[in-house]
Design a protein around this ligand. Sequence first.
Ligand SMILES: [Zn+2]
Length: 433
Amino acid sequence: MILYYIVIIRKTINHSIRGDKIYIKFLGGAAEVGRSAILVNDELLLDYGIKLTDPPSFPLNGLRPKSVIISHGHLDHCGLVPNLMDLKPETFSTFMTYSLSILLAKDTLKIAENKGHAIPYDNEEIHEFERSARTVDYGKEFRTNGYSACLYDAGHIPGSASVYIEKDNQSLFYTGDINTNRTELLEGADTDYPESDILLVESTYFKSEHTPGKFLEEKFIESIRQTLDMGGKAIVPVFGVGRTQEIMLILHKHGIDAHVDGMGVDVFNLIKRSPGCVRDFDRLKAVFANSNIVKPRKRREFIREPSVIVTSAGMLNGGPVLYYLSQVYDDPRSKIHLTGYQAVDTNGRKALESGYVEIDGSITRLKCGLELYDFSAHCGDSQLRDVVRKFCDNGTQTVLPVHGDNTEEFARWISEEFGVRSVAPANSETIYI
Ligand SMILES: [Zn+2]
């Protein structure tokens, strides 16, 4: 057994004196959710995302990776990758993540233009990403700049992957965002994990258990039915990637017809090109075929009658949902059914905390109903601990919790429970192993 040790360096130092030990720089997404960027040995980058603050924030700079592996197509993991294209790195992801990264990058540029935000890439660099990025299937080993690597289904959104890398007899497993639970849309993560010396584990829901899926689903459906029975409109704000498709499947299962609007439709069109990335593509296809896909100019027609409208954006921060809000905010029979986490400073979080939302620049009091249903795509607390247990039982010696607000406590629990070295890195730290 190789003996591992951890040295935490608060400032950047000359790494060459450290020989061939792995060292990991955390440039973003360490003890926070957003702008994930993890640089291994100054040469292989795991994720390069944006934090959706207003204006958006980016990882710390100064990196020149030779290889980039993207875990999944959420902006906080893939949103800044086109910025690296002038370095011509070898870039890898699943085909679905590749497709989502392009869709999201184009959308990000459009939004940035409208809001006057600066995004450090342009259409030319998105095109370069489109041209040069390589796609790999789950479970297929590939090589890049002296590393062997493999992607494992992370069960989080279509195409999401955990990343295994190995070089000089040292191995590292990065969970990315992971969900080991089966959902209507996805099978759940592949938990047939490889042995790995180092584990980088996400921590989003450490110390927070999810409401059991069946109970949550029943409450959600009951509330939608009540809204319709009262003659109201049920507005269901959703994230475009994964959540739209999951909610459409749930509604259809309970015999509720819905209208669908926004980015979730574009994402469904991408899934058509990657049908193996969901549990049952034929079922999803049938659900979308039976639903009303709303064209922007037809929105007015669909909002007249009692109806269910599944629409982006999930945190009420833009997109067609703002049109629907403008139509229902003062109608006590109607209700907004939020379907996921509402980040600090978003319109959705403000609505929950104050009862007011911003629509077209004016702050408006909601007279319609507002409820939150936690349809999470991440492991809850007990599943997260199970993931770590599985690795430690299999010989992992170093565990670094990232991507959460409570990573230090998670690291303490891991050290005490399994007797392994566990440290919660901070952004800008370099950890030697
Ligand atoms: Zn994610």
